[in-house]
Design a protein around this ligand. Structure first.
Ligand code: PMP
Length: 381
């Protein structure tokens, strides 16, 4: 099988596997003071340093979590703890959108969902209006979209939010390890990420909380006070060690990988658009992540296309969310019709993708389009 679903999850990097095996073979609770405990704690602190280097922040600004979903929930709960307006974008992952809806539904505040244009760029006017009212508590906007790869221009959002006294959170889950992040330059207060998107294990991630930012302390998990009281519970030492090793490998190879993957994505898009002239690439006019292609093949249901190309692991528009047949809210927000949203495939390439994978994906897609079209003509006659 050709694996082109890096936005769902990336294969584990061998550096991460080695670090995890090593941690799994040793005993120790990172909170214990004996040698075994100190060994576990030193693995955790190494990982914190490795992640901090990838992000350009201080190790002490990072809280390990079970993934980006938890980091997002933690960030929104903390940032929104005194009510007001929670502003986010219409194209966020459900781990923001659904969490934001639930959090604001509980209290007296309001949720503002910023629309996007056809290219996936966030419209700022509603944020300006909300900031004008002066009650915005937190603004959360993703750095890169998981379905289309479209990047968000965060600078104007940060400026508006900070001028209004609001905190800024970004869900950087798809961005970290794929394009350079420098949190000493990007003035956000909170950042979420998940290890498995950059070659670490599933079930572990982190939340960055900027030192000195006035983020209220609102843990979701209360107990033994680990992670400076932000996230209680015995640390997942093997997972965290894997996250750290993956972060280091991603940092070392980031430049080469992003250049190489961008070129491969170019080959894929050139192959698809030249052989399937009716196809449309979503977000193509916007800056995007290196490896993501969201392609609409009008009139051809994505599930039928995927079934006709079993040798390729790709996804329909929004496979991250669930197996449920709901149309992609991201593509709808970008103005696609429901049938077009349901006729969209996502290929996401990554560090281990080779040109042969891309060639096979082009062949398989062209063949699947032919087969599905023939089958649909046959049934409509
Ligand atoms: N945010 C974004 C943008 C994502 O793509 C994902 C994973 N699909 C998440 C959050 C959630 O990550 P996790 O499932 O690892 O908690």
């Amino acid at each position: 099988e050709v694996y082109l679903d890096y936005n769902a999850t990336a294969p584990l990097r061998h550096e991460a596997l080695e670090a995890m095996l090593d941690a799994l073979r040793s005993v120790g609770n990172a909170s214990s003071v004996h040698a075994a405990g100190r060994d576990a704690a030193s693995r955790v602190e190494l990982a914190r340093q490795q992640l901090a280097r990838l992000l350009g922040c201080a190790p002490g600004e990072l809280i390990f979590t079970s993934g980006a979903t938890e980091a997002n929930n933690l960030a929104l709960r903390a940032g929104y703890s005194s009510g007001g307006i929670l502003a986010t974008t219409a194209v966020e992952h459900p781990a923001i959108l659904e969490a934001a809806r639930a959090i604001t539904a509980d209290g007296p505040g309001t949720l503002v969902e910023l629309p996007v244009d056809r290219d996936g760029a966030v419209e700022l006017a509603p944020l300006e209006a909300a900031c004008g009212q002066g009650k915005v508590a937190i603004v959360s906007a993703m750095l890169a979209n998981n379905e289309t790869g479209v990047l968000t221009d965060l600078e104007p959002i940060i400026k508006l939010a900070h001028e209004a006294g609001a905190l800024v959170h970004t869900d950087a889950t798809q961005y970290v390890g794929r394009l350079p992040v420098d949190l000493s330059e990007l003035d956000v207060d909170l950042v979420s990420l998940s290890a498995h998107k950059f070659g670490g294990p599933q079930g572990v991630g982190a939340l960055f909380v900027r030192r000195g930012a006035s983020v209220p302390h609102r843990p979701l998990l209360i107990g033994g006070g680990q992670e400076r009281g932000w996230r209680a519970g015995t640390l997942n030492v093997p997972g965290i060690a894997g996250l750290g090793a993956a972060a280091e490998a991603a940092r070392i190879h980031l430049h080469n990988e992003s250049t190489r993957v961008t070129a491969l994505r170019g080959v894929l898009e050139e192959g698809l658009t030249s052989r399937l002239p009716d196809c449309h690439i979503n977000g193509v006019r916007s800056p995007r992540l290196p490896g993501v292609t969201s392609v609409t093949l009008a009139g051809l249901p994505a599930d039928a296309l995927l079934a006709a190309m079993p040798e390729i692991a790709a996804s329909d528009g929004s496979a991250c969310a669930s197996g449920a047949p709901t149309p992609s809210h991201v593509l709808l927000a970008m103005g696609l019709s429901r049938p077009d949203a349901d006729s969209t495939l996502r290929f996401s390439l990554g560090y281990a993708t080779i040109e042969h994978d891309v060639e096979r994906a082009i062949e398989a897609t062209v063949r699947a389009v032919g087969e599905v079209r023939t089958a649909m003509t046959a049934t409509s006659e």
